[in-house]
Design a protein around this ligand. Sequence first.
Ligand code: AHR
Length: 593
Amino acid sequence: VNLIVNASSGRPIPETLFGIFFEEINHAGAGGIWAELVSNRGFEAGGQNTPSNIAPWLHSECMCSVTVREIISAQLVELEYTIPGFWGMNIEQGKTYKVVIYVRSPGSINVSVSLTSSDGSPILATANIVDSDVSNWTKKEVLLEAKGTNHKSRLQLTTSRKGVIWFDQVSAMPLDTYKGHGFQKELIEMLEDIKPQFIRFPGGCFVEGEWLRNAFRWKESIGPWEERPGHFGDVWMYWTDDGLGYFEFLQLSEDLGARPIWVFNNGISHRDEVDTTTVSPFVQEAIDGLEFARGASDSKWGSVRAAMGHPEPFDLKYVAVGNEDCRKKNYRGNYLEFYDAIKHAYPDIKIISNCDGSSHSLDHPADYYDFHIYTSASHLFSMTHQFDHTSRSGPKAFVSEYAVTGKDAGTGSLLAALAEAGFLIGLEKNSDIVEMASYAPLFVNANDRRWNPDAIVFNSSMHYGTPSYWVQKFFRESSGATLLDAKLQTNSSSLVASAITWTSSVDGETYLKIKIVNFGNRQVSLKVSVDGLGLNSLLSGSTKTVLTSSNVMDENSFTDPNKVAPDLSLLENADRDMNIILSPYSLTSLDLL
Ligand code: AHR
């Protein structure tokens, strides 16, 4: 089999090509990337239409009562409240945690605040809150430095003073978060590593809701965290306190150097929708959201952003009008209302339609059309040619959700990942029409798997990338690179390959990267020829990276997190002509200087 790469000419790949899609699903945000350790910190998890509940808070035997909605009231003799957090809090020795509690009592208070192991002992850190006058709600803050480590720790509030104490908004967070902005460092570093060019957020179905009343609405997710009402996400069936809100998503995008792509509700949920004649409040909400992100710091909504600590506008240039709503009765009508209003107020904003324009032209104006695909491995691999014959006029494609699902994927197999790699090579080659692509879903908290597979799996203290995550890493240099002509001479339909040159921002050098997917069960001997590139003094630092495993259904796990992970070695025979052995079921990258 021959692969002939012609490096004398190429075509630029869009800067935006590969990014990420973050959805609040699988406790990806609450109990995930957002570093808040307390679940249901305001006792509001019952939502507005059902009685509030205090789960997962636990209390000791005492004369205590729990009032509806927000507060614990305790007729105290001896009270101990234990907060297990999201399936246990990860407390690590030497790290400092900030605990904030709102408290009110007719008398004086003496409450000890402790981080303990899951059965209450040993105590990892403790401090007392003492006050003689908390007759009005008072915010108390303590810093706890952990003297030990426990991955299933709990926060405990204890008092033996007789009387009544009310608590509300109890928060515990590590002091050390990603860039100090409240995100779990280790998880966000996994994202940093794949250099996402954009972040589409916050959903997905999360944006739509089963019912409109439970959809994510940005205005409820900004301002002081204590004042955010939170909401019950009725598609993925859990409460979010919305500490991770619209502002935080914009901040995360900025911190990762990724373009924010905001998906907002367009008056349509899974089960109800507003008529186009009455959609204007939703349109205004979107316009206000744009002002919040981009407006001057003295504008109505820009000033709210500034008060949250970000006077400069965020670089928001892309919005998606809804998610997967194209077939809904009012989609077109509603969409056009949003389109006209946004283009009028912010002509530079690129608008993404939910309707697929890859097989026929759209009947409405758009800058991008959204394309989602969840399918079998063989089908996705064959979709390497999906965009080969798509019309080159009209809006560009945004493949904002793709993955292999079902039995081929399990909870993240090599087979699924290789099919995705084949598909992505097709997107690179068609990046004159496909300008953006993101895998979905991104994260899963292993304690609440709502969707399989996902790119990154975590629990309170551990995390790993699935093979699909590692595939993303093979494509991180592609955005903004130059696509070269790479021709495979073979009868096999199990092989696909692409070649790019890209310039490193670290050393300013230009590298050649060749990627080949062998989706077949046989080893392949490949002769690679590179024409027309002024390669350096015989390629001494060149490398080969391979993603494969002994069984194509192999997956990673907490016990074996790197079972399927890229294997990097020096490419000893790097040259303009070289022979490469491709393992059965593998993704290989040749990186030449
Ligand atoms: O990625 C999981 C879900 O799949 C998304 O919420 C939705 O857009 C799609 O149906």
